[in-house]
Every structure is written in C-alpha cells, then in structure tokens.
Design a protein around this ligand. Structure first.
Ligand code: RIB
Length: 298
C-alpha cells in the first residue's frame, strides 16, 4: 500500500524542559528536579508523529543558523522527514520553548525566532510538494499569512487541510473556509470562533478534551470518542501526536471516528514519556493499544 504523503508547515523549536514538584509562585525561586533539551515545536512534533506512524513527511519551516538549528535539522533527518524546504535564517535564532513540567501538566512559553521568518513567498515555492500531498497539516506558531497561503495552495490542489489552531488567536472566516478539519482544544475553540458564526464551522471541528478524548459533530449530533487510560508522565505534545496520527489515519481512508480513535491511542502512548516527541508511537504500538482496549486488558 502507498505511504500517506503529509506536508507539515509549521514551527521547529528546541524545548528547554525543567521538571519540578510544583510551579513557582509569582516572584518565587524554587529548586527543580531535572533539565532536558528536547526537540519540539508544534510543526516538527506533528511531522515526527506522522513519520513514526509510517507516513512520507515533508517539513516546511525555518531554523536559525545556530547549534539548535543544526541539531534539529539532523534530528528531523534521523526521523526520515524530508527537510529540503526547511529554510535557514541568519538574522534570528532557532525557535525555543521554555517548558515547566509539574504534576504531569505543563506551562510553556515559546520564543518563535526563525519560525516567524516564514513568508507566503516561501510557501509558494513549495507548491509542488503541497500539491502531491494527501494532507497539509498546519498550526499557528508561524505567521498567519504563511498559514493562509499554505491552506489556499492545498485547497487549489484538492489536498485535505487540517489546521490545529494552536496557540489560539481569532481567525478570519476566509481561512476557516479553506480548512477541512479544525482540531482545537476547548479553550482554543472559543478563541478562534470568537468573532465568527460558530455554527457554520461546527462540522469541521474535532475538539480535543485531554484524557476525556475528542468530540466531533456527526449528523448534527455531538459524538465523543473516548481517550485511553494510561499513566501520565508529561502531556506536552499530546495534541501534536493526535494531529499527526489523525492526518495519517485519514490519508489511509479511515472514517473520521476511527481516525480519532487512532489519534487518541497515539496521544495516550505519547504522554507516558517525558518530552513532546519521546513517546510518540509506531503504528504497531497504536494498533496494539486499540486491540488491548477492545479486549478489556487495559
Ligand atoms: O505542543 C507542544 C509544543 O509547543 C512544544 O514542543 C513547544 O515547542 C511548543 O511549540
């Protein structure tokens, strides 16, 4: 069977991850437990999730001419992701994210750096690769005009467009009209639809609800696809894993509900390890979890 071809247009960050028993109060200094440099960025995370699940993945993005940039490019190559369209930028550093993980939850500050150097013209140059994709997967850690250009090129070529609207910002209706599937969490959903007719876009929504799973609208009715119960170490990248897996599953022709179940299982496995990409599973691992759940052994 032909591999799904997925083009991810988005951010590439180095995550600076500190773990601590609790988060500090305003003005307080506390001693943490561990520190790790871990590849991240919503775009790169979603690319890695899809590649581990067997897709041919093309990454469009930007990194700085610095040590983090070099390391992240090498990392993407090791994950067998095509990086020909990752642009080197000389006047700003590679994107970084400061992440504090505490009690299985996280707080994140992203400094976009090179990610914000991506322009619509850069995306235009990648029309050929977008055109031959099954899915174009987008997030909001790159400038909105670049996201809009990507969505319109994908639409022009009949490519399925999935937008993970994170971090959230109010979005123009013109963009949402180009998108086939929107994957916000509940908080992001309220922000992106704030100034819009929410009913008009309800059928495009796949709302991630953490451990509860995801909700969609089917035949005008809300349907919840429940999550899988696992021991949680770090939820960073859970949404990214879901999006990468959803893209792979839909490319393979799965129905939306089944694709969401596949995404939920992938995300559940991802949260059992520290770091956004560390626990991202293979297809065999996802299928094993789904089977185990069916057999009632999990
Ligand atoms: O979604 C998780 C990601 O958000 C992290 O890897 C971090 O880089 C931020 O972009």
């Amino acid at each position: 069977m032909k591999k799904p071809v997925i083009t991810v247009i988005g951010s590439i960050n180095m995550d600076l991850v500190a773990t601590a028993k609790r988060v500090p109060e305003q003005g307080e200094t506390i001693l943490g437990e561990t520190f790790h440099l871990i590849p991240g960025g919503k775009g790169a995370n979603q690319a890695v999730a899809a590649a581990r699940l067997g897709a041919e993945v093309h990454m469009i993005g930007a990194v700085g001419a610095d040590a983090f940039g070099t390391e992240l490019i090498q990392h993407l190559e090791r994950e067998r992701i095509f990086i020909d369209n990752v642009k080197p930028v000389t006047d700003t550093g590679t994107g970084v994210a400061m992440i504090v993980v505490s009690e299985g939850d996280n707080r994140i500050i992203v400094i976009p750096g090179a990610n914000h150097a991506l322009r619509p013209e850069d995306i235009e140059q990648c029309e050929e690769v977008i055109a031959k994709s099954d899915v174009c997967l987008l997030q909001l850690e790159i400038p909105l005009p670049a996201v809009e250009k990507a969505a319109s090129l994908a639409k022009k070529h009949g490519v399925l467009v999935i937008l993970n609207p994170a971090p959230a910002q109010p979005l123009p209706a013109s963009l949402l009209e180009q998108v086939d599937i929107l994957t916000p969490n509940e908080h992001e959903r309220d922000i992106i639809l704030k100034e819009l007719d929410a009913v008009k876009f309800a059928h495009k929504l796949v709302v991630t609800e953490g451990a509860r799973g995801v909700s969609i609208v089917k035949d005008g009715q809300p349907v919840v696809i429940p999550g899988f119960r696992v021991p949680v170490v770090d939820t960073t990248g859970a949404g990214d894993t879901f999006n990468g897996a959803l893209a792979v599953a839909l490319s393979k022709g799965m129905a939306l509900e089944d694709a969401c179940r596949f995404g939920n299982a992938a995300a559940a496995l991802a949260v059992t390890k520290l770091g956004a990409q560390t626990g991202m599973p293979t297809e065999a691992e996802v299928l094993a979890l789904i089977e185990a759940e069916k057999g009632g052994t999990k």
